[in-house]
Write a protein that binds this ligand. Structure first.
Ligand code: ADP
Ligand code: GLC
Length: 484
């Protein structure tokens, strides 16, 4: 039974990306659309999207959005990619900026976005069965839909799914945001439902008011019920635990396909990976100024450089890691301390280690293809997309056993030959170094074992298909599809 679903998010491929959320928004809707659902996506119209895609957008019209104390115009645009309709909300002052988030007025910006998306439904006269909101930028939608459009049954019939991609980013703002930007009464603060400390939290509101809450792996769904991982929302999550589902992410296996990827020096698949990876390693070494050697294990890292990603475990142990006969290619931006350490690493280990400071989609593809080991020792990881891509490209993930990393990477068992990567459990840099040394030893001294590992990594199902089944079940559950 096909249904209509509106995904709402702060970013999504192919238009705009800062992290894994964009990968998810750029791939799950397509898979659901291919299964016959009417799937649409709503995003803010950022400057970068205008620069690249303006010609492809159809202007739908402008309305006045009542975002609290003032009415402001929102213009809606539309385009279609691969069977999915994308809507964009234009507000020049709020969204035509260089970055996406991290501005002082983020609360105001995304309050407007959420109200505009809800108004847009009326404007285009398309009434989805489900609104699927994602992360703090859209956490107010379930409450807004009930509280601000209460007399319209078409809004009240909509069911709400709220997906948490990262508990650490909560959208916490001052309480005055309620009347001034959202058009909501202080009542929702007074009754505690959106109250967080002395202000309000968009994410908490999503958790309280959505019909179902999901997060992006079963392990993370368990972890966030604890004080250690709950980012002070474990209490409210425990209160809603019956409605919390953990569904692991997939990737778009057509976009991420070493057999057809145009950015690679040579294409390969599971049958031809030996020569394929060899050619890609050579070309990556040349591109990055690493010593050209095909016998050495190349460790890759493509990541936001933040504490979440365990980067300080790595920077603390640079000398020990590079004391081994390995090469290390790092791509990422983030905290200055981490960037500085990797810059130092490059200068201290010329020809052996390299750091590309920036965001570079093309290089990311080539690092996945040219690496033997993909390092991802996150302190916490809701799901992780990097390790999924790495497996598809035959780079063995070396991860900490947390969240989605634990659910997707099966550590090598040298006795049975099982596994698709390497892992360690404790948040301890020595354990990480020990595991890297173990992997490097396997690379040099257990060639058949390594081959088996690369094969099973490349054959691991990292597509959306299984998880799309579960999302469909979830949608069935809240819409009582089985009754129909
Ligand atoms: P998160 O969303 O927490 O940053 P994920 O592993 O879920 O982590 O997703 C990260 C995504 O962003 C992956 O697709 C990864 O390849 C990509 N990525 C991260 N940093 C960079 C970069 N500097 N250049 C290109 N791609 C990057
Ligand atoms: C967040 C998480 C990451 C996850 C991504 C997509 O950015 O940090 O683990 O893969 O969202 O769900």
């Amino acid at each position: 039974m096909s249904r209509s679903i509106l995904f709402v998010a702060g970013e999504g491929l192919p238009f705009i990306k800062t992290g894994g959320l964009a990968d998810v928004i750029g791939s799950l809707p397509n898979v659901l659309a291919k299964r016959g659902h009417d799937v649409r996506v709503a995003l803010p119209l950022y400057k970068k999207v205008i620069e690249k895609y303006y010609d492809q957008l159809e202007r739908l019209g402008t309305i006045q959005v009542h975002s609290g104390w003032i009415d402001q115009p929102a213009t809606f645009y539309k385009t279609e990619v691969d069977g999915v309709v994308y809507y964009f909300v234009e507000h020049q002052g709020y969204f035509e900026r260089d970055g996406l988030y991290g501005y002082d007025d983020d609360g105001e910006r995304f309050a407007f976005f959420q109200r505009a998306v809800l108004d847009m439904i009326y404007f285009i006269d398309w009434w989805p069965n489900i609104i699927h909101s994602n992360d703090w930028q859209t956490g107010m939608i379930p409450l807004l839909a009930h509280a601000c459009y209460g007399d319209d049954y078409r809004y009240q019939n909509i069911k709400h799914v709220y997906t948490i991609h990262n508990m650490a980013f909560q959208g916490n703002f001052g309480v005055d945001m309620l009347p001034s930007c959202l058009g909501l009464d202080y009542y929702y603060f007074d009754n505690g439902s959106v109250k967080f400390d002395s202000g309000i939290s968009f994410m908490k509101s999503g958790i309280v008011y959505a019909d179902k809450i999901t997060t992006v792996s079963p392990s993370y769904a368990q972890e966030i019920l604890t004080e250690a991982y709950g980012e002070r929302m474990d209490g409210v999550l425990r209160y809603r635990r019956e409605d919390l589902w953990g569904i692991v992410n997939g990737i778009d296996v057509n976009d991420w396909n070493p057999k057809t990827d145009k950015r690679l020096a040579k294409n390969y698949d599971v049958r031809s990976y030996v020569s394929g990876k060899k050619a890609n390693k050579k070309s990556l070494q040349e591109e990055l100024g690493l010593e050209v050697r095909d016998d050495v294990p190349l460790i890759g890292l493509v990541s936001r450089l933040t504490n979440q990603k365990g980067v300080y475990m790595i920077t603390d142990k640079i000398n020990e890691i590079l004391g081994m006969d390995v090469q290390f290619a790092v791509l990422g931006t983030g905290e200055k301390a981490a960037e500085d350490s990797f810059k130092w690493m490059e200068s201290a280990y010329k020809g052996k280690a390299v750091y590309y400071c920036g965001y570079n989609e093309d290089l990311a593809h080539r690092i996945y293809a040219g690496s033997d080991i993909f390092l991802m020792p996150s302190l916490y990881e809701p799901c992780g997309i990097g390790q999924l891509i790495a497996m598809r490209y035959g780079a063995l993930p070396l991860v900490r056993e947390t969240g989605g990393l634990r659910d997707t990477v099966q550590p090598y068992n040298q006795y049975t030959g099982e596994g698709n990567g390497f892992s360690f459990w404790a948040m301890n840099p020595d354990d990480m170094v020990y595991t890297i040394a173990y992997a490097v030893d396997q690379y040099y001294n257990n060639k058949p074992g390594w081959k088996g590992l690369v094969k099973s990594a490349m054959q691991t199902d990292v597509s959306w298909e299984r998880s799309a089944d579960i999302y469909e079940q979830l949608y069935y559950t809240i819409c009582n599809w089985s009754d129909e």
